[in-house]
Design a protein around this ligand. Structure first.
Ligand code: ATP
Length: 245
């Protein structure tokens, strides 16, 4: 018999910048091994939601619980240490550093032996990075840089991976490859929450999805339901997502 364990619980969270809340009353639960997509228009509050989970911005109301840990006022690095990996929008890599050095940043608190062991592991997941490991990160293609960003997050051995717009700027074939790699990671029990404007790619990957509009969750459902909903197709699956196979 398999037992279900809760990975992440957001209860009525409100967060933002300055006085005006950007997201409000957000409830979301992910069990271990779940894949959930957050879709929505530009400026809807998707990045803000991930930043609140990571503790990069304070949660004004509500609570975030990771496994059995209430995150409350925990700083971002403590959340990473507990097992939350974050691949931010725009990748936030260090372009002048090598791929290896960028990867090492994802496990900076570990011993050099452990970092090397983990680099070997993440290069097994992204074999295309192997020949590039000593090259400058800034010289890589967009797809390769996204692989480095995900690999860097995996260096922390996360239980939960948060991805912000991983498909931005990438060719459809590369997007398919990236999502195939992410699907492969699920076998190890990873839980994934992905934010995407490219709703079609995200919905094909995730089991469930939520739509965020003006800072609130307005639609929740299985990805197959949402993919078949003409209103969803019209609102969030423009031509950008049509080519992804
Ligand atoms: P996109 O897909 O364009 O990134 P999003 O759904 O991720 O959109 P957010 O980046 O969360 O949206 O932004 C939601 C709102 O919060 C926007 O109105 C944005 O202008 C505002 N916002 C985002 N970051 C900041 C900030 N650092 N300071 C002030 N306001 C911000």
């Amino acid at each position: 018999m398999t037992t279900t364990t809760e990975c992440l619980r957001l209860e009525s969270i409100t967060a933002g910048y300055g006085k005006v809340p950007v997201i409000s009353g957000i409830d979301l639960r992910l069990n271990t091994g779940d894949t959930v997509a957050v879709v929505g228009a530009n400026g809807a509050g998707k990045t803000t939601l991930l930043r609140a989970i990571m503790g990069e911005i304070p949660t004004r109301q509500g609570s975030v619980t990771f496994g059995s840990h209430p995150l409350a006022d925990l700083p971002t690095y403590r959340r990473c240490k507990l097992g939350i990996g974050y691949v931010p929008e725009g990748r936030q890599l260090f372009p002048d550093m090598s791929v290896r050095e960028n990867l090492e940043m994802g496990a900076a608190r570990e011993s050099s032996t452990e970092r090397t062991r983990r680099i070997t592991e993440v290069l097994r997941i992204f074999p295309k990075l192997e020949p590039l490991v000593h090259g400058r990160c800034g010289l890589l293609s967009g797809g390769e840089q996204q692989m480095v960003a995900i690999a860097r997050a995996l260096m922390g051995k996360p239980k939960l991976l948060l991805l912000d717009e991983p498909s931005t700027g990438l060719a459809p074939k590369i997007i398919s490859e990236l999502y195939a790699t992410l699907s492969g990671l699920l076998k190890s029990g990873l839980t994934i929450l992905v934010v995407e404007q490219n709703a079609r790619a995200a919905l094909r990957f995730a089991q469930r999805a939520v739509v965020v509009e003006q800072g609130k969750i307005t639609v929740t459902g299985s990805s197959s339901e949402l993919l078949a909903d003409p209103r969803m197709v019209e609102a969030y699956m423009g031509m950008a997502g049509m080519h992804v196979s």
